[in-house]
Design a protein around this ligand. Structure first.
Ligand code: ARG
Length: 416
């Protein structure tokens, strides 16, 4: 009944492979094209996608979106973005992937878009938030047909589909430039300590240390140790370097959008390094109030990014704030890799909101202000609490008597 061509977000894994015949048999599309978007996955994933598409006889497109994705990661740096401690790799990548697939679908005259996400995760929502803003039809076979892995494996065997056990190993892994996520299998038990072999980007922290200097221009990392670098190689370089010192591991319980809690493990050495350095530079150049308000901006930006709502008007408004503050976030920060941590150890900026003289114990008078000038401030400090405490109402004697005990009181006779 449906007809037309559907563009499928294609990885060559079990889910997207079984989607190919199902989109024809169950949904009635005439043709399926597979689209794989490069956001920095390992080469083996592209080889797998290509080979599987060939074996299925499906037209396959690969789109290089690494540069767009790296820019998005640097927006996240400007926003000091993390969701519950996770620097958002998968969440940042999905809208970029969805947008690139939509472009291919429109160029190829497709009438529909499909993904192989289940009905339990976040990714279905992120893909569809982008796709449903277009006029194309959106279908999600795995979710809509209620498929289980077991059913998929049987179906693939029956149909002779090219699924190799290789990809679908012990863990479910999602890799891009910004983070590597490992979940599923035994890791679903929150009480199970991850074995060393889940890690691929990070070595176990040793006793060696190293320092690296990151240069920022308007909140964006532009150079490492004095060498100007484009975003993609800069992130790749820091993933390698910081990863070799065991920097950027997270093991957490994460609250998904649908309300489910999941156990997640992440590796994100470059993200940790750059976020740490960026925040250290903000400490130097932004005022107290800008930093405090910036925390709320960061929280909101991170939540919307986690939800994949990149086109939300609030996002534009938040980025307006960042546009204003980030102009000053220009300078360098030296970060030390030590004990699996990235720690800022030096910072410099022409926009520093800092007067060494004013803060020093050794200087008498700065800008006409001397120590003794603080006496008036000290007299007023706490004035309202002193007034409030002096006129505090007495608490009711019954019921609240225990809470009463420790409180100073002007009246001594009310304690029975
Ligand atoms: N929970 C993370 C997110 O929603 C990452 C999920 C990655 N998927 C995976 N199969 N490892 O952003």
């Amino acid at each position: 009944m449906t007809g037309g061509t559907v563009a499928l977000a294609f990885s060559g894994g079990l889910d997207t492979t079984v989607c190919v015949p199902l989109l024809k048999e169950e949904y009635g599309y005439d043709d399926v094209i597979g689209v794989t978007v490069d956001v920095g996955q390992p080469d083996a994933e592209f080889a797998e996608a290509r080979e599987t598409a060939d074996a299925l006889g499906v037209e396959h497109h690969v789109v290089d979106a690494k540069a767009d994705f790296a820019d998005r990661c640097f927006d996240a740096v400007q926003a000091n973005a993390s969701y519950q401690g996770y620097p958002l790799g998968t969440a940042l990548a999905r809208p970029v992937i969805a947008g690139a697939i939509l472009d291919v679908a429109e160029q190829q005259g497709c009438t529909a878009l499909a993904h192989g996400c289940t009905g339990k995760g976040n990714d279905q929502l992120r893909f569809e938030a982008v796709w449903r803003a277009s006029d194309l039809e959106v279908v999600a076979p795995v979710r809509e047909l209620g498929l289980t892995r077991e059913w998929e494996i049987e179906y693939a065997a029956e149909k002779g589909l090219p699924v190799e056990a290789g990809n679908d190993g012990e863990w479910s892994i999602d890799t891009n430039l910004w983070s590597r996520s490992v979940e599923g299998g035994q890791l679903e038990d929150p009480g199970y300590e991850p074995p060393a072999d889940i890690y691929d980007w990070t070595d176990a922290p040793g006793s060696e240390t190293e320092t690296v200097t990151i240069e920022f221009e308007a909140g964006v990392p532009v150079a490492v140790d004095g060498d100007a670098m484009e975003p993609v190689p800069l992130v790749e370089y820091l993933n390698d370097l910081a990863g070799s010192y065991g920097v950027g591991r997270t093991d957490m319980m994460e609250d998904r959008m649908l309300g489910l809690k999941v156990r997640e493990n992440y590796e994100h050495p470059a993200a940790t390094t750059l976020l740490t350095a960026h925040e250290a530079l903000e400490q130097l150049v932004l005022t107290t109030e800008e930093r405090e308000f910036g925390e709320q901006i960061s929280q909101q930006w991170s939540e919307k990014a986690y939800e994949g709502l990149v086109d939300h008007p609030l996002m534009d408004a938040l980025e307006g704030y960042l546009g204003a503050t980030q102009q000053k976030v220009t300078g360098t920060v030296t970060v030390k890799f030590e004990g699996g941590q990235a720690r800022p150890v030096a910072r410099e900026s022409e926009y520093a909101v800092y007067s060494a003289d004013a803060a020093s114990f050794d200087t008498e008078t700065v800008n006409g202000i001397e120590q003794a000038d603080a006496t008036g401030v000290a007299k007023y400090h706490g004035f309202q609490s002193r007034l409030a405490n002096a006129s505090k109402p007495e608490l009711a004697a019954d019921g609240g008597s225990e809470a009463d005990d420790g409180l100073p009181s002007g009246d001594e006779d009310s304690d029975e």
